[in-house]
Design a protein around this ligand. Structure first.
Ligand code: M6R
Length: 366
């Protein structure tokens, strides 16, 4: 059932090119001009009626939601709040009939996410679920559903669910953007072409994992690791850090790179590994200055950037390169080396990769 792989997690990491392709199947027009969602079929009026979006989820799905906020705000130009489901329910959120409430859940059974969905519905919001499990409780409760079609995810650590959630959120943002006239056709087409290249590019990353394995064995016994990045790189840093702590039990923290000097820099000392993501060109120079800040404290820096970025190598101790893509799509590729890093670190430390201590695949209690 593991198809020759040692663990479900690594099998599922390797299934990502296929899973990403499945998420897009039937949802892009042949001429790359439009996103099609037969399951939504919104009118322009319906799209125009939305005044605000709230996204609620837990764990990895919450991290996907943070990326979704960037997508929906930047592409569809709608204000978006992202909340952890267990917080949303109890904070008396400002939600009404002009709100679109999106919940994200791989399993579709997470009790806090389901309760957040019910709460949003009770307050009159339109609800939309992004989930991987057909007929799950969340799928049944929501007004509309976008399935991620990632196939079953068995490992406790979520991998292909995350990347397919990002693809779904990007498609949704483009769909709403077009209906609301918030995006011009050329920009839309560019992202659609970028989306179509993702399966092949993800495959390319998975073909050469040796350098990542080496870092994992080299740094796998460190007790603290930091992840830094700005903008969408920060969102991915959060997910990379969760993956590492969840399965390898290494204390990992993600920081918005510009926030380091407001406290956390005190923890950066000689030899501490810092994974620095630098795929977002509009904040690239700023990220480089933050890399220099940690370098000055003798941290060991593993930079993650786009292939062809010769500059990055000058500032980091090691570099991981991913194929170049649109800035919005970078998270979908950038997370893959981080998943692999977590996986190989856990293997190095002899951890139970598929069933980390204290955790369950589906959290159906509060
Ligand atoms: O099934 P869900 O997407 O609702 O699950 C949410 C979280 O419990 C889940 O993403 C969790 O954080 C993963 N173990 C992370 O790898």
């Amino acid at each position: 059932e593991k198809g020759g792989y040692e663990h479900f997690m690594i099998k599922e990491i390797y299934e990502q090119p296929k899973a990403i392709r499945e998420t897009m199947t039937g949802r892009l027009s042949k001429d790359d001009s439009t996103v099609l969602f037969d399951e939504l079929k919104w009118t322009k009026e319906e799209a125009a009626a939305i005044k605000k979006i709230v996204i609620t989820a837990c764990g990895t799905a919450y991290h996907a939601g943070i990326v979704g906020k960037y997508y929906l705000e930047q592409l569809a130009r709608l204000p978006v709040e992202v909340d952890i489901a267990s917080e949303f329910r109890y904070r008396s959120p400002l939600v009404d009939s002009s709100t679109l409430a999106i919940v994200i859940s791989q399993s579709g059974e997470t009790s806090d996410t389901l309760a957040a969905l019910k709460e949003a519905k009770r307050l009159g919001a339109r609800t939309l679920a992004i989930t991987n499990v057909v007929g799950s409780s969340i799928a049944r409760e929501a007004d509309q559903v976008i399935y991620t079609w990632a196939g079953p995810e068995i490992a406790v650590a979520s991998t292909k669910a995350y990347t397919t959630q990002l693809v779904s959120l990007c498609l949704l943002a483009l769909y709403i953007a077009k209906l609301r006239g918030a995006i011009d056709q050329a920009a839309l087409q560019k992202i659609i072409r970028g989306l179509k290249n993702l399966p092949e590019q993800a495959h390319e990353i998975l073909e050469d994992v040796e350098p990542i394995k080496t870092f994992a064995t080299q740094y796998g016994f460190n007790e603290d690791v930091f992840f830094i990045g700005r903008s969408l790189d920060y969102a991915v840093a959060l997910e990379g850090s969760l993956k590492l702590k969840e399965i390898s039990y290494i204390h990992a923290e993600a920081y918005a790179a510009g926030e380091l000097k407001h406290g956390t820099l005190a923890l950066i000392i000689e030899g501490v590994p810092v994974i620095a993501l630098a795929t977002q060109t509009d904040v690239y120079e700023k990220t480089i200055s933050n890399i220099q800040e940690v370098k000055a404290r003798d941290a060991v820096i593993i930079g993650l950037g786009f292939k062809g970025d010769k500059n990055l190598q000058k500032y980091v101790d090691h570099a991981i390169f991913i194929p170049a893509t649109e800035k919005h799509l970078a998270p979908i590729l950038a997370v893959i080396p981080l998943q692999l890093l977590a996986y190989y670190a856990a293997v190095t430390r002899g951890c139970d990769v598929d069933k980390p201590r204290n955790l369950a695949k589906s959290v159906t209690v509060e």
